[in-house]
Design a protein around this ligand. Structure first.
Ligand code: CA
Length: 598
């Protein structure tokens, strides 16, 4: 009897303390990321980031056949729990619940969805040199849905009169003009990021991400992004995702309550990166400079993420895999690539490629010499032993050549000779054909501005870009002679596409809405692009170039079936005679040819 009394008393005592305990320590779940995943992935391990009040002190439990908890990681912040699962291939798809216990009492639940990986989720053909990429900024391209310009959940409201404000463009606007792009001859779209950027200002550029699993509501919903991919695929076109792993936005939810101090790089006071990427391969670089380059912040609104934190690296890796699997993306562009931790990024890339062996991924390595660009391409043998996993790089040195060459006469190192000299250095690249080539992008002066609207120069730039080695990327609006001055600020090089907004006074997406000169350029670009699509000789053919003479640069692209001769005449007179005897090596077997432009 006494024994029983004791037992009852102690039972009540424990129950009572439990109530007090969970009341003072409120337990809740705000987020589980990702909240869905797939069965049948090559990597069976999944990390779930669970965030909520005191969730870190609980014991998670999963009762799903086929799933095992392999690791439970807690950080110094009790509001986080990193749960690692093994998902075997015989797990059944469905909606599941994860339970969280404290002293054997179920104190919280989280829902989690599992899908069967689709048979056709493998990327059939990623972007290659057979493609032409159209880079657009969604806020500035077209406003397909004026109702989403402002939302109750986002801070910055639309203001079209502010070059640095939000103008209302969205995913619907892109979808509305896919036929325009198809007609032009575009095969692939690279949209700058579309994930939520809920910063108070400058959010239109959307590189300060505040939620990695959500399309910004001013662009649409997650389903709209998937619909964009589907609409592209229907037209035999591709979609490139702009991935930002180096930094997030200051308003990201985790910044207010970091899992631990190593999640982002922190200094005693705000420390900006020195933007000196050379420190990452300079044999003489100091540790001080290297640290500031990699770990300094791009801007005070963009905390620098620490990819060396293994939980964060896994989070970022899964996030991009989630978007590929969810939306059916065809390729990736990685923002500010060298500013990430270069060893950690190799791990991220290997994980993506493990799931999608055919994917192409291009990194923004904004440096000015081919030696430096090639350092970042997979296959490069670097003296410091670094071996990159990044398949594709960007030819920034070539962009600078485009910016000056057409405004100069030829000499030892000016005018068209710059192109010739540039390509002589291709021996340094493991794969010169897997390089993005462009004469401008969303961060640079607009080409039409640099040549003062001289349509002849823009035509020359396009015809060169679309016939040389590599993967051409063109920037929205240049095909209709859009201009923009970088000196006036980024807003000026990111103007609205005329006709993209319901009340615009003209619609340059249509022939009638374009001026005579705009149509002249549009039709010129359209002609080359549509010809290029089916001419493998340009995609993969061998290049033979001739030393420029008298402002004329000639190169050939050839394979077993075809030979293409490209002549660039950077001279004030349109018509000039070319002595063909110099090119005997390339043309001796031909008696006729046709001009693709005329
Ligand atoms: Ca809109």
């Amino acid at each position: 009897m006494t024994q029983l009394k004791k037992l009852i008393i102690s039972f009540f005592f424990i129950a009572f303390t439990n109530i007090i305990f969970s009341e003072t320590l409120k337990i809740s779940i705000n987020r589980i990321e990702p909240s869905s995943w797939w069965i049948g992935m090559n990597n069976k391990e999944l990390q779930l980031l669970i965030y909520g009040k005191n969730i870190g002190i609980t014991e998670p439990s999963i009762n799903i056949p086929g799933i095992k908890i392999t690791n439970i990681c807690r950080t110094k912040n009790s509001n986080y729990l990193f749960l690692y699962l093994y998902i075997s291939d015989d797990t059944k798809a469905g909606n599941y619940e994860i339970s969280f216990f404290l002293n054997k009492k179920n104190v919280a639940k989280a829902n989690f969805q599992l899908f069967q990986r689709k048979q056709d989720s493998q990327i059939k053909k990623s972007f290659t040199s057979s493609d032409v990429i159209y880079l657009l900024m969604p806020d500035r391209f077209s406003n397909g849905n004026p109702l989403n310009d402002a939302t109750s959940e986002t801070f910055e409201k639309p203001n079209r009169s502010n070059p640095n404000g939000r103008h209302g463009g969205d995913i619907e606007g892109i979808i509305d003009h896919l036929d325009y792009l198809k007609e032009l001859g575009i095969t692939t779209i690279w949209s700058t990021p579309l994930l939520e950027d809920n910063m108070n200002e400058y959010s239109y550029h959307t590189y300060a991400i505040t939620d990695y699993y959500k399309i910004d509501p001013r662009y649409g919903k997650n389903e709209d992004y998937k619909r964009l991919a589907d609409e592209l695929h229907k037209r035999n076109m591709k979609l490139i995702f702009d991935l930002v792993t180096n930094h997030c936005g200051y308003n990201h939810w985790w910044i207010k309550d970091l899992p631990d101090s190593t999640w982002i790089h922190q200094f005693d006071k705000f420390t900006r990166t020195n933007y000196q990427v050379s420190t990452l391969y300079d044999p003489y670089a100091s540790d001080y400079d290297k640290n500031i380059c990699s770990n300094g912040w791009f801007d005070n609104s963009m905390p620098d993420l620490n990819q060396n934190n293994s939980h964060l690296l896994k989070y970022l890796t899964q996030n991009i895999i989630w978007w590929i699997e969810y939306a059916g993306i065809d390729g990736i562009r990685i923002d500010t690539y060298p500013y990430n931790d270069k060893i950690a990024m190799n791990e991220l890339l290997k994980s993506i490629i493990k799931e999608y062996p055919t994917i192409n991924i291009v990194g923004e390595c904004w440096v000015s010499t081919p030696q430096e660009i090639s350092y970042w391409q997979k296959g490069a043998i670097n003296k410091d032993g670094y071996s990159s996993e990044l398949p594709a790089v960007m030819d920034f040195p070539l962009m600078y050549i485009f910016h000056s060459a057409f405004n100069e006469d030829d000499s030892w190192n000016s005018g068209l000779r710059r192109f010739y000299n540039h390509f002589t250095l291709d021996f340094i690249y493991p794969n010169p054909n897997n390089i993005l080539i462009f004469f401008e992008n969303h961060d640079t002066p607009r080409f039409n501005e640099l040549v003062n609207g001289d349509i002849r120069k823009t035509k020359m730039a396009y015809s060169l870009l679309l016939t040389i080695r590599g993967i051409p990327q063109i920037y929205y609006g240049t095909e209709i002679l859009m201009r923009g001055d970088k000196n006036k600020g980024d807003g000026d090089i990111r103007r609205d596409f005329p006709g993209g907004w319901p009340n615009d006074n003209r619609n340059a997406f249509s022939e009638e809405g374009r001026t005579k000169e705009e149509n002249e350029l549009f039709n010129y670009v359209k002609k080359i692009l549509n010809w290029r699509i089916n001419n493998e000789v340009i995609h993969t053919g061998k290049t033979v170039q001739y030393l420029p003479e008298n402002n004329i640069y000639v190169f050939f692209r050839c394979n077993d079936n075809k030979t293409v001769m490209v002549i660039t005449n950077n001279h004030n007179t349109e018509k000039r005679k070319v002595d063909l005897s110099r090119y005997c090596q390339m043309i001796k077997n031909f008696s006729i040819g046709y001009d693709i432009i005329t």
